[in-house]
Design a protein around this ligand. Structure first.
Ligand code: SER
Length: 393
């Protein structure tokens, strides 16, 4: 079986053998000038170099980067979504072009990881009113004999409404036990594993596209998803990567159903990584995302057992996560931050209970009530719902 460490090693070695320099993973905080709150893809720390500044390690780079996405927050708890995840990436800064990247991608998946090519499908950019179809990628995949589906929006990658962007080609792997059928957009058993972006443009605020002086290739492959495919498990939580969390949690907080358990694992692990990157809970920005994650863990735990506490989180689980992400943070500081936030949240809920017990709030709450509770007492709508339904559990 491929362990996670082995998978990372095979990926990095493959590209190093092809002239790529290994770059270290960076923190979840993107470099100044990048419009995003968090690093959501391996390319963020490279933004200045993708814009044209020479990189000290050259034109071919490879690496593993931690990322955080909150767009999938409602899906966390299912088998494939995580808040903090890792992305394997390879880059050509104005060096080789898309067809070379796709050929290497195919070779690595087939020969390095042993994936059966008959379980692969790809998508390519079919063109829109500004940019024509991606003929090069189409031709490359045709030569390799991989089935292709063209799309428009799904095959255009951008880093927000303005900035770096370009057409991409995504590689999907069939995840079901049966013979592959359908296409990536018609059957979700096709799981996207690797995105190759032909990062050729810069979009201006007026919507126009300016070709970059140096066209780049930016590829990204979600590590945990690849690991679950190669380890033959349906859920990322069943991979070796999550073993310490999976085996510890039921002892710590018994009675959680599978999706609540997954959510607690995902969020707590993400919280450790955020705190390890020196982000602290706060009412806005990055700190607010951290605060929401901690609060969501607590409401999930307390629905199951009101006496649950993050003080029970073992130090070795925190250490294991910090080690895995190569972070230097101290487990004790992280435990203290969690305890402080838990206490603060407990006090807020207590205030909320007292407020909601007033006769003014005994009936159905109006929009004015919600505004008042939020603006004057700091109680957001989801917490009010939590408080008004907690007695029913
Ligand atoms: N930037 C691309 C993505 O996020 C490839 O890394 O999919």
């Amino acid at each position: 079986m491929f362990t996670t460490d082995r998978i990372v090693q095979i990926f990095l070695e493959f590209f190093r053998e092809r002239g790529h320099e290994l770059i270290p993973g960076e923190s979840l905080v993107p470099p100044p000038g990048d419009p995003v709150l968090f690093t959501t893809s391996g390319m963020h720390p490279l933004t200045p170099y993708l814009m044209g500044r020479p990189h000290p390690s050259g034109r071919r780079l490879v690496g593993l980067q931690r990322c955080l996405r909150t767009t999938d927050l409602d899906e966390v708890g299912d088998d494939t979504h995580l808040t903090v995840f890792e992305m394997l990436g390879s880059w050509s800064l104005g060096d080789y072009r898309g067809p070379q990247s796709l050929r290497w991608g195919y070779e690595l998946l087939r020969d390095g990881f042993g994936l059966d090519p008959s379980r692969m499908h790809v998508t390519v950019f079919g063109g829109d009113e500004q940019v024509g179809p991606d003929h090069d990628s189409w031709q490359t995949w045709t030569d390799l004999g991989v089935p292709i589906e063209p799309t428009t929006d799904d095959n255009w990658w951008s880093n927000g409404p303005t900035g770096l962007c370009g057409p991409d080609s995504e590689i999907f792997v069939w995840s079901g036990p049966e013979t592959p059928r359908g296409t990536p957009t018609t059957d979700d058993r096709w799981v996207e594993v690797w995105n190759h972006v032909m990062m050729r443009y810069h979009r201006h605020p007026d919507g126009t596209l300016e070709p970059l002086p140096q066209p780049n290739i930016d590829t990204g492959m979600g590590l945990e998803r690849l690991v679950s495919i190669l380890q033959g498990v349906e859920s990322i939580y069943e991979t070796d990567l999550f073993e310490p969390w999976r085996s510890t949690l039921p002892r710590l907080w018994p009675g959680l159903d599978d999706s609540s358990r997954n959510l607690v694992i995902d969020h707590l692990r993400s919280v450790v990584v955020l705190l390890g990157d020196r982000i602290t809970p706060s009412p806005n920005g990055r700190g607010y995302v951290l605060r929401r994650l901690i609060r969501r863990v607590l409401t999930t735990l307390w629905r199951n057992d009101p006496t649950g506490t993050l003080s029970d989180l073992p130090t070795d689980l925190i250490e294991h996560t910090l080690d895995h992400f190569g972070q230097l943070g101290s487990p004790d500081e992280i435990r203290t931050a969690l305890r402080d936030e838990e206490r603060r949240f407990g006090q807020l809920l207590e205030r909320g209970r007292q407020l909601l017990s007033r006769s003014r709030f005994s009936g159905t709450l109006t929009d004015d009530d919600y505004h008042y509770l939020h603006d004057t007492h700091g109680l957001p709508r989801d917490l009010i719902h939590y408080l008004t339904t907690e007695t029913q559990h």
